[in-house]
Design a binder for this molecule. Structure first.
Ligand SMILES: C[S@@+](CC[C@H](N)C(=O)[O-])C[C@H]1O[C@@H](n2cnc3c(N)ncnc32)[C@H](O)[C@@H]1O
Length: 479
């Protein structure tokens, strides 16, 4: 039997879990795994992901050399290789396993591995290029960029980090590019329409947001049916007459910048030919640039600006959103798309290289050096001074990543002036601003060096005779 030949007890690495694994969940969120698609879970362990994906109406099948050795190995649209590579002690077999999974992949391979930041949780003796634990299980913990490079090298295609420790390798460029486009500029929602009039209104709304008339192939099918009896020239005239020209111009500006952003990210990742771009991007290039060449030249210049400290600093100073500190600009997830394009590019390049974590609230872009951190504040909306739960950082120069968890920390860092991380028109901004004003008035910000962590902040609240009730500052009564 195969497992007899293993130098470690790999079957023990398979655990049971309630829901989907993080990599499988990521693939669902990213719409790589969709109802009806075929999924092969290669090295499925106890098969929890297979069962959960079957519940989501996927045609999911699992194979595992120990738990399911008799299952038939057949190609599938999506192949999951979840936390398998890190348990294989023999580098040749590790490579062969990855190659085997790739050979069965129809559209996308989702390869994941445990990362070096878990080092403190894995104890054992050095064995080959990893550790052998006291249970005789092996772990080779990957660096985030090592996993991406490794999958890239073995599959021979460009890969994208979907999340820390999760890498997508696409069988064809079109699938990779449409994933990237969707990630960088998610498709805008179309307004609902049940008759020709509302369908025309939906097209007008689209034109105002995108800055150009859509092609019929871009229009959702039921809406296209409602518009079918209109000639294209007739539809264009109706739209022209009803659309607000100022909005159309704003939409065109936004789409131009989004296209530049996409092409620059794509260049960071290695650029493909025009006809492999998603249709909507091709149409944007045609509508907003004189040629693909011009669009590429402009996006190349944008990418170059990323290296220019003075330019980046200037963009941060000029940004309408985000809080600028002596080291970095911090911005809330909800305001990220309002950053100047070069800063959006900065964040995207980091996320494509090392993966954005699944949970994050603020992005921190350093202006000295190039590093992005994603910070998680699970209670940002409800806690007036949210505490940091974790931080994941990638250095764009070295592609080194690091993860810090504050879960067990007694005196966690906390946030003040929450509105500064949001756009001014955010529905919560005003309420947060009112609280900040009350705190300033009460003298709570007189010693900024004391209030950055839980204990210091609590002490200052006591000193000023105040306490918080939700987002209200009230007098503290002592008995
Ligand atoms: C950490 S478990 C992960 C199981 C499952 N993918 C999950 O995430 O729950 C690693 C699994 O890899 C399987 N495995 C070991 N060597 C393998 C190989 N050469 N090819 C495929 N799977 C392998 C083991 O049997 C084990 O079930």
């Amino acid at each position: 039997m195969l497992q007899r030949a293993w130098s470690s007890d790999r079957r023990l690495t398979a655990i049971s879990r309630g829901g989907l694994s993080a990599p499988a969940r990521q693939a669902v969120v990213d719409r790589q795994v969709t109802p009806g698609c075929s999924v092969l879970d290669y090295g499925c362990g106890r098969g929890d992901d297979v069962r959960a994906l079957q519940h989501l109406d996927c045609q999911a099948v699992g194979w595992d050399p120990f738990y399911k050795p008799d299952a038939k190995l057949e190609p599938a649209d999506v192949v999951l290789l979840t936390y398998v590579l890190n348990v294989i002690e023999d580098p040749n077999e590790r490579r062969k396993t990855l190659k085997g999974a790739w050979d069965l992949t129809g559209t996308v391979l989702v390869a994941s591995a445990r990362l070096t930041w878990e080092k403190s949780k894995v104890k054992g003796e050095t064995f080959g290029d990893g550790l052998l634990t006291s249970r005789q299980t092996f772990q080779h913990l990957f660096k985030a960029s090592e996993l991406r490079d490794y999958v890239q090298e073995v599959t021979g295609v460009r890969t994208v980090s979907a999340a820390p420790g999760v890498v997508y390798a696409f069988k064809d460029e079109t699938a990779r590019l449409s994933y990237l486009a969707q990630r960088i500029v998610p498709d805008a929602q179309w307004l609902a329409s049940e008759d020709t009039t509302s369908a025309i209104a939906a097209v007008v709304d689209h034109v105002e947001r995108r800055g150009r008339v859509p092609r019929m192939e871009e229009v959702p099918q039921p809406m296209a049916e409602l518009l079918r009896h209109l000639r294209p020239s007739e539809l264009s005239r109706l739209v022209r007459d009803s659309a607000d020209q100022n909005k159309v111009e704003e939409g065109a500006k936004r789409s131009t910048l989004n296209t530049l952003l996409f092409l620059a990210v794509e260049l960071f990742n290695g650029r493909g030919p025009f006809n492999s771009l998603p249709l909507n991007v091709q149409l944007d290039v045609r509508a907003f640039f004189s040629s693909y060449k011009e669009a590429c030249q402009r996006s190349d210049r944008l990418l170059l600006k990323l290296r220019d400290d003075a330019y980046i600093r200037g963009a941060m100073n000029a940004s309408a959103v985000g809080k600028l500190t002596p080291t970095a600009l911090y911005v809330h997830q909800r305001a990220l798309d309002r950053l100047p394009t070069v800063l959006r590019l900065y964040e995207h390049c980091a996320s494509i290289a090392a993966g954005r974590p699944q949970e994050w609230t603020l992005a921190k872009l350093r202006h000295q050096g190039r590093a992005v951190s994603w910070l998680d504040y699970p209670d940002f909306d409800t806690d007036p001074h949210p505490r940091t739960l974790s931080s994941y950082q990638v250095d764009l120069k070295t592609l080194e990543t690091s993860f810090t968890s504050y879960a067990d920390s007694q005196n966690r860092p906390l946030l003040h002036r929450k509105h500064e991380f949001l756009a001014a028109d955010d529905p919560d901004a005003e309420r947060y601003q009112r609280l900040t004003a009350a705190e300033v008035k009460a003298g709570l910000y007189e010693h900024p060096h004391l209030i950055g962590t839980e204990n210091g902040w609590e002490a200052e609240l006591i000193r000023c005779g105040r306490e918080l009730r939700g987002h209200r500052l009230v007098r503290r009564y002592t008995e």
